[in-house]
Design a protein around this ligand. Structure first.
Ligand code: EPZ
Length: 431
């Protein structure tokens, strides 16, 4: 297994291009199942999760082609790909694929909407919590699907098609909202989603569905209305920039000091997180090209932050923020309200010499003057990258193990950071 070796202490200076958002790319790719037309996605990031989803969709009959390179293209430019599900050849998503990436459960909605039947493995738990899918199933049932749980699979049937309905989510769910949006787009009649997730990735999916012919109003607010249409067509859509990658590198610069342009980043996608980065003492300004993050030699100020659905502080940046404030001048508190078990990074950060105590759903972080490099590993991708942030500022060498977590969600991480002056390299496993 590959590892990443980091020697801390260098400031970051330069340009980091921000890739297309993983968490928008995945539902957009899944939306290709809704039509026999061709969905062309621009700015698709090169990530392990994207490759895995290509395999999963291929199993259902989606043809995937990468558009040839054009003059001026580089690794910095995302890929343009074509997805075409002319025929659905298999409506089953097997356990061995779904268990490797939870978001693949979302294929349930377009398969039932288009084919009237789907059999999708339940994804099971994962490193950040139990992560049930009851609300996704509830949404499909509200739309008229009959769902049975058989041998670890959700078997959904709607032989006469789906029917528009009122769906009220008791808690905000991104996957539930993606599911309801995709299914309702091909349902007969009008659907109203109450307490919908407002994440930018929801808006991106709704915009793409709109280009495919769906009739959606209110995406980005907590009430979304969808008038179902009998069929959707192909479309061309560019994946929005990754707000979690943006916030991660902003926190890395706030940690090391320096001056970095996050090229292509959009401040409106992560205002709450940027405000927190400013509170720690870094300056963040918008430029024509993206976001400039800057911190001089001044210390890091502590923060008190609670994760919340958008527009609140994202759970997907909680671990990175915790790494940053391990070196704050004072005590910080970070409260996690989205996932019950998303503190796996605490014990690994402690290996750098961080002082962190857990108190229910809060972590109390007493800042220390210096961190010291250590061998570390993590069990999910945001936790893994928090270890990279700590390592960039730690004295001496850190070896980050289980790098495949990073490859799931961060495109060319070591090259983006080393170009800005970090001492970071991938050690490729032999064989
Ligand atoms: C999405 O997961 C993201 N994944 C997650 O990013 C992100 O952390 C999460 O939204 C919250 O922002 C993708 O977009 C691929 P939820 P999702 O449904 O949709 C509970 C990353 O690192 N819930 O919004 O699975 C759930 O347990 C990943 O990129 C139910 O109770 O999250 C959680 O407490 C990790 N029943 C809350 O709702 C359900 O049926 C929010 O989860 C569904 C969810």
């Amino acid at each position: 297994m590959d590892r990443i070796r980091i020697v801390g202490g260098n400031r970051l200076n330069g340009i980091i291009p921000i890739s297309g958002a993983k968490n928008a790319a995945l539902p957009l790719m899944i939306a290709s199942l809704l039509t026999d037309g061709t969905l062309t996605l621009e700015n698709l990031p090169r990530l392990a999760d994207v490759s895995l989803l290509v395999r999963i969709l291929g199993n259902h009959g989606v043809d995937y082609t990468i558009e040839g390179k054009r003059a001026g293209d580089s690794l910095e430019t995302g890929q343009t790909v074509h997805l075409a599900a002319r025929q659905i050849v298999d409506t089953t998503a097997p356990y061995d694929l779904v268990s490797r990436m939870r978001a693949s459960f979302w294929v349930l909605a377009p398969l039932v909407a288009r084919m009237g039947v789907a059999k999708v493995s339940l994804p099971g738990g994962c490193a950040i919590g139990t992560r049930p899918v009851d609300l996704l199933i509830m949404a499909m049932e509200r739309l008229g699907a009959q769902i049975d749980i058989e041998n670890g699979y959700a078997v959904a049937r709607a032989p006469k098609g789906l029917k528009g309905a009122e769906i009220a989510f008791p808690k905000v769910t991104v996957g539930g909202t993606h599911t309801a949006l995709m299914a309702a787009s091909l349902a007969n009649g009008t659907t109203v989603i109450h307490n919908a997730a407002r994440e930018p990735e929801i808006v991106d999916l709704a915009e793409c569905l709109g280009k495919m012919g769906a009739r959606i109003r209110g995406a980005g607010t907590s009430v979304i209305e969808i008038d179902g249409v009998p069929r959707l067509g192909g479309a061309r859509h560019a994946v929005l920039p990754d707000r979690i990658e943006t916030g991660t590198y902003a926190m890395a610069v706030a940690m090391t000091g320096g001056d970095v342009l996050l090229q292509g980043a959009r401040a409106d996608l992560l205002e709450a997180a940027l405000e927190t980065v400013r509170q720690t003492g870094a300056s963040v300004t918008e430029t024509n090209e993206g976001l400039r993050v800057y911190r001089n030699g001044a210390g890091i100020a502590p923060v008190d932050v609670t994760t919340a659905p958008f527009p609140g502080f994202p759970t997907d940046l909680q671990a990175q923020l915790m790494a940053l404030v391990t070196r704050a001048e004072g005590t910080s508190r970070i409260t996690e309200t989205i996932f019950e078990n998303r503190f796996m990074h605490v014990s690994e950060l402690s290996r750098f010499g961080a002082h962190i105590r857990l108190d229910g759903d809060s972590a109390i972080i007493e800042g220390v003057k210096t961190l010291k490099g250590a061998p570390v590993m993590a069990t999910d991708l945001r936790a893994s990258v928090s270890l990279v942030i700590a390592a960039l500022a730690a004295e001496g060498e850190t070896m980050v193990n289980r790098v495949y977590h990073l490859d799931r969600g961060f495109e060319r991480l070591e090259s983006k950071l080393s170009r800005c002056g970090a001492e970071i390299e991938r050690i490729v496993a032999a064989g």
